[in-house]
Design a protein around this ligand. Structure first.
Ligand SMILES: Nc1ncnc2c1ncn2[C@@H]1O[C@H](COP(=O)(O)OP(=O)(O)OP(=O)(O)O)[C@@H](O)[C@H]1O
Length: 253
């Protein structure tokens, strides 16, 4: 049996009730193989963030199962969930989410410090050097560029060697050059450090860094592509949007 870094089975997530009920995820099943880089794409409101938050244990599903490695998240207590997130999941947010009063190094080691784990110095040195942060470790976030802040966030996600790293629009707040830097680092995390990475993105260029692109629409997985490039992803996005746009006439007359 292949052990996946994470998987979801028949995941349903609804918000609200009655007339205001929204089905954000409508029966999503997906596996994330170890050592693979996946990009989740889809129109605004298609459920991408909900899927990522549910996979990462930041939000509970209405029904269905999520596994991180061999651990089933269903039925974990809040305390167990907090520990699992801390020990096995790295998260990179669009808005960096660094602690403003701490230095870059203190931000990187914060999750380990909270967990009472000491950092593996050799590993820490490897990621700090690979991410080009050596001469920025004593700076506070306000003294760093957006790209540098997101690199610190990537280092923080990598520091505890998690089973999987989730990144929600990690390049959304960055200029193109900094975005490329961050995507290269996530790519290197997979190629050089054997990590598993899942990102949500709107950007076909970002999806081009992934091994696999998964397309969501209306809370369902509607398509999937191996070895995506910016061009093939852009074409597929146009195809996915086209039927909806063409629906009224539908060409059936
Ligand atoms: N807390 C919430 N309460 C009610 N509805 C919500 C909540 N969070 C999300 N939704 C709804 O669930 C659906 C999916 O939202 P989600 O944020 O997952 O989409 P998305 O694909 O990530 O969108 P975007 O690309 O715009 O960030 C949307 O219809 C949204 O309005």
């Amino acid at each position: 049996m292949t052990e996946h870094a994470a998987s979801a089975t028949d995941l349903v997530k609804t918000y609200g009730s009655g007339d205001t009920r929204v089905t954000a995820l409508d029966g999503v099943s997906i596996d994330f193989a170890r050592g693979q880089f996946t990009a989740i794409m889809g129109p605004s409101g298609s459920g991408k963030s909900t899927l990522m938050h549910t996979l990462a244990g930041l939000d509970a599903a209405t029904s269905g199962t999520v596994r991180i490695g061999d651990v089933d998240l269903t039925g974990l207590s809040d305390k167990q969930m907090t520990r699992l997130r801390r020990d096995r999941i790295g998260f990179v947010f669009q808005s960096f989410n660094l602690v403003p009063t701490l230095t870059a190094l203190e931000n990187i080691t914060l999750p380990l410090d909270i967990a009472g784990r000491s950092a593996d110095q050799e590993w820490l040195d490897t990621i700090v050097d690979r991410l080009g942060l050596r001469d920025r470790l004593g700076h506070r976030p306000s003294e760093l560029s957006g790209g540098q802040q997101q690199r610190v966030a990537c280092a923080r996600a990598l520091a505890g060697r998690p089973a999987i790293i989730f990144a929600d629009e990690p390049t959304g707040n960055l200029d193109s050059r900094s975005g490329t830097e961050v995507l290269s680092i996530l790519r290197a995390a997979v190629d050089e450090f054997d990590q598993t990475v899942v990102i949500v993105t709107h950007d076909p260029r970002a999806a081009g860094y992934a091994d696999r692109a998964v397309f969501l629409a209306d809370g369902r997985i509607v398509d999937e592509m191996a070895g995506p490039t910016a061009e093939t992803v852009l074409d597929r996005m146009k195809d996915l949007e086209a039927p909806a746009a063409a629906a009224p006439g539908d060409g059936k007359a």
